[in-house]
Design a binder for this molecule. Structure first.
Ligand SMILES: [Zn+2]
Ligand SMILES: [Zn+2]
Length: 247
């Protein structure tokens, strides 16, 4: 399986090392037709963009760069954080509408937007490492929050589902399949993705393979994701950034 796009990469605007121009040059080098710059939302402690308005600045920078690099289409996006059990994210709705790609992910170290999220999202996921009861509760909460966000926002895909923060993949995949939101195969993090692919395939969800690159050299490093999908005979039509007849 080959890929024409990498829609999950970070730049210096969050915790990536490359400038946007360096990321673009690396993507061209890898032969990609599309790249998205998707920096972390502002509530991601120590790594997020300075403020939601930063995405508008990134958008301006990308539209200027798109003229310099006609061989690739560069999209502006975000990897938003869930900050409450009701599926609120750390980017205002109006700003999400001006993005080309909206990724939502769960990250352990975020500033919740309400007192509620301190326990129901951050606390329970820390406790989940120590107790199986807490793990079950964290899974219920995480799955609920992800379903809420998918129904409230136009989410293109969920980043690294089940990484560090447990999720009921069957329930989430079935819901995502209904709402046209894909699940990510993240090649930048090492964790067990086989179960996710097996279950999500059955539930009808689509997939996106992305590098989650924090260095320009990791952009487009998607081969391990392709191998995983091939192992489970996932049809190419179910993989949104795979090359097939139309690309
Ligand atoms: Zn992430
Ligand atoms: Zn990321």
């Amino acid at each position: 399986m080959e890929f024409y796009a990498d829609w999950h990469t970070h730049s210096k605007y969050s915790d990536g090392r490359g400038t946007i121009a360096e990321n673009i040059a690396a993507a061209i080098d890898k032969g990609l037709d599309e790249l998205a710059i998707t920096d972390h939302g502002p509530s991601n402690i120590g790594v997020g963009v300075e403020a939601p308005g930063t995405y508008l600045k990134i958008k301006e920078e990308i539209s200027a760069l798109n003229e310099n690099f006609p061989e690739i289409k560069v999209k502006v996006g975000a990897e938003a954080d869930i900050v409450a059990l009701d599926g609120s994210i750390d980017i205002p709705y109006e700003i999400t509408k001006s993005l080309d790609v909206l990724i939502v992910g769960m990250h352990p170290y975020i500033v919740p937007n309400e007192v509620d999220g301190v326990w129901s999202i951050v606390g329970i996921n820390q406790l989940a490492k120590l107790s199986s009861d807490a793990r079950k509760k964290a899974m219920v909460n995480n799955t609920k929050a992800l379903k809420e966000v998918v129904s409230r926002y136009d989410v293109d895909f969920i980043s690294h589902p089940d990484l560090q923060m447990p999720v009921d993949i069957k329930e989430l995949a079935a819901f995502c399949a209904e709402h046209d939101t894909a699940l990510e195969i993240n090649t930048g993090h090492h964790y067990d993705k086989e179960e996710m692919v097996r279950i999500a395939l059955k539930e009808g969800a689509n997939f996106v393979v992305s590098s989650d690159a924090h260095f320009p050299s990791s952009i487009g490093e998607l081969a391990s994701g392709g191998e995983l999908l091939e192992k489970f005979n996932v049809p190419v039509e179910r993989v949104l950034n795979a090359r097939h007849n139309c690309h």
